[in-house]
Design a protein around this ligand. Sequence first.
Ligand code: C2E
Ligand code: MG
Ligand code: MG
Ligand code: MG
Length: 288
Amino acid sequence: KAKAEGRNTARAFEPAMDAALAERRLLEGDLRHALARDELMLHYQPQVRSACGRLVGFEALVRWRHPTRGLVPPCAFIPLAEETGLIVPLGEWVLRAACREAAGWAHPLKIAVNLSPRQFQQADLPERVRTILAETGLPPDRLEIEITETVIINDMARALSVLRRLKALGLRIAMDDFGTGYSSLATLQAFPFDKIKIDRSFVSQLEQRPSAAVIVRAVLGLGRSLGIGVVAEGVETDGQMRFLAEEGCEEMQGYLFGKPQPVDQLAGLIARDAAWMRDAGENRMMAA
Ligand code: C2E
Ligand code: MG
Ligand code: MG
Ligand code: MG
């Protein structure tokens, strides 16, 4: 009887699986044309300095304006792009678009760009990045590349050499989603990270779970001991912000400070920050 039921269940699943596969193929086909059809766009999310709330820069986050599906979030196509290798041209488009955009800003804020494991496997990645920096005129020290632990554990020796070559260009490297993977103290020490981003899953639990607070405190301590800056991602409440500020977290990112937004909405934010800089400069000169 159980056997028959098992078969029935299997049969019941088949149409659903076929549908999922067909859906995937459709999406993949569309994704192949997304670049050429100019359907990708970037949203930018502010990153702020905890001490003064000032803007430090933005993280570029890709969106797909699908002709019939509307705005598709990255979780719905980045994994597919990664599997199919489409992430390589897609990622290069993201990097170029983000650098070009940032190069035109009224003052020198940072731009953070996510790089996927597959992009890291390209032997000529550092040359490609150098070319994009030269083309767009963005000073390398304004670019921060975010990678996850997956990039490293695949092939440590290779990852280390690529990271070193990237850093030699003068840019910064951040470890994204820290705490969700397998990174150890040894990894953090061996790799030339400039920054650790505490994963949102810990930040969002700060007020509910004592263990989340313990982990966040430990990561902040780790950053201090190793001389690596720490950013908290996914900060949504005043309570989370206060906890993080009191524990010495230097930078924050999250809906509390701003959601990822299209480029035409950044001008106001950047201008306000530029004005703040000017005023601060004048005050300094008057004081001198
Ligand atoms: P990530 O790099 O960790 O980016 C942060 C994600 O958290 C973004 O989701 C952002 O919108 C979201 N987020 C930020 N603050 C808050 C908050 O306060 N509350 C909540 N609930 N969410 C918040 P998004 O834009 O959907 O991106 C998801 C992931 O997709 C990114 O995670 C990144 O891994 C990947 N991704 C996005 N753009 C790119 C890209 O251009 N290239 C690559 N390789 N991956 C990308
Ligand atoms: Mg990121
Ligand atoms: Mg992240
Ligand atoms: Mg994340």
